[in-house]
Design a protein around this ligand. Structure first.
Ligand SMILES: Cc1cc2nc3c(=O)[nH]c(=O)nc-3n(C[C@H](O)[C@H](O)[C@H](O)COP(=O)(O)OP(=O)(O)OC[C@H]3O[C@@H](n4cnc5c(N)ncnc54)[C@H](O)[C@@H]3O)c2cc1C
Length: 245
């Protein structure tokens, strides 16, 4: 199940050009007598079609892929609007580099929300109304009324935040009393292998719906970058939590 939320955003900031050539040629170097740089000087590379053909044939040929070369090409992705807990879940993965909005220097939007100059839903996340279940399969219905009550509760905490700031409390302390559904923007950089590992862990059905949703957003960026590899991963491994990458 994918969560529909108008404030979720994911955008590629940068990605290795010629990712297949950058992945394949180091692997080729493993068993080449010559210097791999010469092949780049001689114009053999980059050749993305050939690179993908060789990766597919030589690296991804089994359930135990030759994964090391998948660590050479990198992508940098900006994530926006997901709740704080998703940022924290993502950050448990030590195989990516993160820069996360501090909430120490970014309280202006909370103040605007309290003053009525910002829609509360653009600053804080509320799951859409609907039927959900927990990891044990217990069902729960999130009603319009419950959602409205949660918005009121969140607003109260935001008002308290502003009162605290106005009374001189340092923002690093005032943020303690904000609710965890605050949206938090961040950027991460990782390689192909680490992205596949992230999907392995977080597309799983017992992962939180919001991070499963994030995986779908990131997958679109991944597909734009390396479509053949992304499609093959999707067909073979998506949602199966394999620990092969
Ligand atoms: C559904 C779900 C629920 C979770 N719930 C919780 C929770 O309640 N609380 C919580 O704290 N975390 C929780 N986690 C996080 C989880 O425990 C992992 O810390 C997180 O998913 C990072 O994944 P990883 O261990 O594969 O490591 P990554 O950092 O993604 O690294 C990838 C791989 O590199 C290797 N590796 C990296 N660093 C080391 C190291 N230091 N030593 C040895 N090998 C290493 C491992 O093989 C690892 O699998 C949850 C994860 C999931 C998917």
């Amino acid at each position: 199940m994918i969560i529909q939320d108008p404030y979720f955003k994911v955008r590629t900031i940068a990605a290795t050009e010629n990712p297949y050539s950058v992945t394949w040629t180091p692997a080729h170097g493993d068993y080449s007598e010559g210097f791999i740089g010469d092949e780049w000087d001689d114009g053999v590379w980059p050749d993305e079609k050939k690179g993908w053909r060789l990766i597919d044939k030589q690296l991804l040929h089994s359930l135990r892929p030759h994964s090391g070369p998948l660590e050479h090409a990198h992508i940098t992705i900006a994530v926006g609007g997901f709740p704080h807990d998703v940022a924290m879940q993502h950050r448990t993965h030590r195989i990516a580099t993160f820069d996360v909005q501090s909430q120490r220097y970014t309280g202006e939007r909370v103040i605007k929300c309290v003053n009525g100059n910002e829609n509360i839903e653009s600053v804080f996340y509320f799951r859409p109304v609907g039927k959900y279940h927990d990891r044990e399969g217990n069902h729960f219905e999130y009603t319009e009324q419950a959602r409205e009550n949660d918005k009121l509760f969140t607003k109260q905490a935001a008002i308290r935040y502003v009162d605290n700031i106005n009374s001189g409390m340092p923002p690093e302390q005032a943020r303690h009393y904000l609710t965890q559904n605050i949206r938090q923007n961040y950027t991460f950089t990782c390689n192909i292998r680490s992205l596949l590992h992230f999907f392995n862990m977080r597309v799983a059905k017992d992962a939180q719906l919001e991070i499963q949703t994030l995986c779908e957003y990131i997958y679109k960026e991944f597909y734009q970058w390396v479509p053949e590899l992304a499609q093959q991963y999707r067909d073979k491994y998506w949602g199966k939590s394999p620990l092969t990458f």
